[in-house]
Ligand binder design. Sequence first.
Ligand SMILES: [Mn+2]
Length: 421
Amino acid sequence: MNLNRLAATVVALTMAEQAQAQISGHEYEGTVAPIREGEQPLIPLDTEDPIYNAWRRPLPSFEGQREGREPGLVDPQRFYGQGYMQLPTFLHQPLTITPEDLAAGNVDVAIMGAFTDMGTGARGAARGPNAVRNSSIYLGYGARQPDMHVMVDPLQDITVVDYGTAPNDMLSTERTIHAVRSFVRQAAGVQHEDGRHVIPFIVGGDHSQMHPNVAAMTDVYGIGKVAVVHFDAHYNAGKYGLGHLINHGMPVYRLIEEGLVEGKNFIQVALRGYCPDESACEWMRANEFRYHTMAELEHRGRDAVMKVVISQANDSPDYMSISFDIDMFDPAFVPGTGTPEPSGLMPREIFPIIRQLCAEANVIGFEIVELAPLMDPTHVSASNANRTIRECLTGVAMRKMGITEPDDKSPLTVSHGRAIE
Ligand SMILES: [Mn+2]
């Protein structure tokens, strides 16, 4: 049974059960949970609770930071030579606290955590941001050296910072997404004198926050002006979600439904497994999505498909956001995710795809979501998430340096740097 048919059956059963429940006076008889006559299906929030909004209220120490110093980058590392044992910021980069810091530091990329995981039945993605921060300690000396494929080191060639963590009501996706949207918008809205904006890199958290992340881009760049390249095993355009209007399987539907991104500006890559089904594919076709399944990648090859994806990204609005679900990786390489799907891509396939796309298209935002590190005691999942971020940064740096030829390699990288005789 496919998911849509299953969903339809669930709805039908629920209606029949509700009818039966009405006949039997709303008592619980093992068919439907009891909601009595006149009762609300939701328990409202207690707005009298003194900590109702505590989760999004800046701490006094933060306000002190804002007032008591010149804006700029704060490097939490005190000494050289600390190697693996540095304080775990994203890629061991300096901290920034406010948008004024991003402006004063002339920042290119602000990496930030946004950790809601209430949008997925399989919790654990809330641990993603700090797992990625910690994963740098397993990378050791490679953290500040050039990517050998292209001999570009984004941590030297562009300014990358850790922007901290977005506000989060740990008990509610619905409340959290508005706060995340405003947090991301603040960073993306910082514009430097040469016209370029700060590029937010958001580390999730589950995929429900694709909605606020992309919505924030449309706040800054304009409704209909942002295209999304969406790497995922799943299409995430579900219409129904147990009565919720947002969860990790629904952000694409919401962005379309709210008119923020047009279907033709969604470019989806490497869909596989069992979702979308036939009717969902028809829906995507009707909305003019451009989707490229794993079946297509297997049939036509990675390079051919990526050529099309990059040309479609550049044939879209001027601004492109990337949404990367960690389940793109085969579960052999990333077992730490809530909804693993067998037969994914290998790291050595994914890294050049991301690097190339970020070099060749105008990336204004990037998110990596669905990392659930506690399911993977080996830390390889977090390391692969870390490297995905770094490959994207490398691409952004290449673009800034004017290196945008397809799959550009350093002359030193291939065949011992000399022609093979
Ligand atoms: Mn997925």
